[in-house]
Ligand binder design. Structure first.
Ligand SMILES: [Zn+2]
Length: 263
């Protein structure tokens, strides 16, 4: 089964940017991943221009922009990243960068992404840093409502809030989720089962597979998701949507998605 990994980062810890790209591409080879969305972080300090240049060498890598939405130049930087450098989305990190997704500068950036026709991926992993800024599934629903032209992907399925995220996805047709990291982080709890329930309930629509490499190995993450889906009798067609088809459609022409599951 073909795989597009919707949630990856560069393995920068002990590496230079160049070495990190080499290690990243080796991991793509090893895991047989067709394509992957690369999400740089502001703290990586690589810069959107350099990311775009590096990714041009490997058509498997779909790079998003990193920016601090609170900076006064954020909307301009996003426009440049998309129109000049060809980046295909933007990642926002309210958890690491400590902001509320409903604050005015953030709304401006998310609305601008919609006008530019690129999706926004928001970290929705509910640790205390995320929650203490009020970033709950209810806030993500409000974000979707304030930015109806923007396709918004909630990362990590919202962790243990996956059921609430599911309800928000059902209500707001511009909301999606990726299932990276949470399947292994919450192993042994009810969360992986809840994620399977959400995938089945949405019949595979608006859900993207992701590994969160280098937090998790790409091959290991694919194996874990596959096993979980098989053990819980997720239909082959649904699996194909989650692992590949949704992302393939979304990233090629998914700018103004109208498809809405009947749920
Ligand atoms: Zn991540």
């Amino acid at each position: 089964m073909k795989v597009i990994d919707f949630h990856t980062h560069l393995p920068l810890k002990q590496n230079s940017a160049e070495q990190a790209f080499t290690a990243y591409r080796k991991e793509l080879d090893r895991s047989g991943t067709e394509k992957a969305v690369l999400l740089p972080l502001v703290r990586d300090r690589i810069g959107n221009k350099s990311i775009a240049q590096a990714c041009r060498r490997d058509p498997r890598i779909i790079a998003f922009a990193a920016l601090d939405p609170r900076s006064s130049s954020a909307v301009g930087e996003l426009k440049r990243a998309v129109e000049k450098y060809g980046l295909q989305g933007v990642k926002l990190h309210p958890r690491l960068e400590n902001f509320s997704v409903l604050s005015k500068p953030v709304l401006k950036v998310v609305q601008a992404a919609g006008r530019l026709g690129v999706p926004v991926l928001v970290c929705a992993f509910p640790d205390s840093a995320l929650l203490s800024r009020g970033n709950t599934p209810v806030s993500f629903g409000a974000l979707a409502e304030h930015c109806p032209e923007t396709q918004i992907v909630l990362a990590h399925a919202g962790g243990h809030y996956v059921m609430d995220v599911l309800m928000m996805i059902k209500k707001h047709k511009n909301l999606h989720m990726d299932i990276s990291f949470s399947l292994s982080y919450y192993a042994g709890s009810s969360v992986p089962q809840d994620i399977v329930y959400a995938v089945k309930s949405l019949r595979g629509e608006r859900v993207f597979y992701g590994s969160d490499f280098p937090e998790r190995g790409m091959e290991e993450a694919i194996g874990l998701a596959r096993r979980l889906f098989e053990e819980n009798n997720v239909e082959k067609e649904t699996q194909q949507m989650v692992f590949f088809k949704n992302a393939s459609y979304f990233l090629s022409k998914g700018r103004r998605l109208r498809w809405m599951p009947e749920v």
